[in-house]
Write a protein that binds this ligand. Sequence first.
Ligand code: GLA
Length: 378
Amino acid sequence: MTIKDRISDKFKELFPGTGAFYMSAGRINLIGEHTDYNGGFVFPGAIDKGIWVEMKPNGGKNVRVYALDLGEYAEFGMNEEDIPAQSWARYVFGVCREIIKRGYDFGGFDAVFAGDVPLGAGLSSSAALESAFAFGIDDMYSLGIPKFDLALVGQATEHNYCGVNCGIMDQFASIFGKSGNLMRLDCMTLEYEYYPFSPEGYRLVLLDSVVKHELVGSPYNKRRESCERVAARLGRRFLRGASMEQLDAIRHEVSEEDYKRAKYVIGEEKRVLAVCDALKCGDYETVGRMMYETHRGMRDDYEVSCEELDCLNDLAAECGVTGSRIMGGGFGGCTINLVRDELYDDFTGRAVAAFAARYGHAPKIYDVVISDGARRLD
Ligand code: GLA
């Protein structure tokens, strides 16, 4: 049974009538990690895994929503004091609140949702959830919310209702994704460009360490604070555009830890631009080299890796994989690997066996299919 059929059956059981279907995607990111909240560039794409939701106005003022994968139900009003207890329901509530705060008016609705984007794997399951609801509410009530604002609604939901001071990358990718294309987003100007991505002779594959990545309550916000402190010391709004020389000049004025965080971010900005140039001339070897450098920076300077991810990265290097690095916020989740076609079987086979022998469980493998972002399904 497809996800859509399962949702549809549950909707019929719980609510009167049938609703409209929406889907929004999880994401990958080729390069540009922890650059979004520093005003830098990111290079994400939407994937074929995401969150599906069936929704229908219910004529009342409350939201009634069922999380099919969890088997949990929540009902809440849309005033600030109505915040639900369940953490998953806060994403839905937050989206409603953020839309209302932007001056739009809409009524209650019924919804059932489910997904196939693995939770806590660093593939932005929460952005997919926020985007599916933001897109759905906008469409269902013909609110005419500009597309970028739908992404901002999701981001503000994370900030104000979920405790994660994230950047805009995940929600942007989830909403703006386009099949076969990566996107380069300038997080300072919010200008973006689609980059068709089908590297001949290579594949992107994710290896999921199955170490749960959970940004709520994680040191993610602390990383951001470090960057903001250094930017302020440099008299800038963002670290974007700062040079290593400028950073070195104030080294004694910031903590060693903050220095390392900023060093990583400044290096990552250069790597993203190098990858853009390399992609234009089909130089995937350079793309891959930059990915390994990013991994080292995230491991040693930004310190958001973990033993299992370092192991997956080492295995990729040993197998001769072109590029490999930790993907997303860190603290668990997946590595993203740029692999030559002929190495794929050898790499995935060896990596699974060696990782399982060491940690007692196999990593999960997801082939990346770059897909469309938020949409209505007819
Ligand atoms: C998480 C956040 C994003 C971004 C990445 C790291 O996915 O939600 O905004 O900061 O981490 O690049």
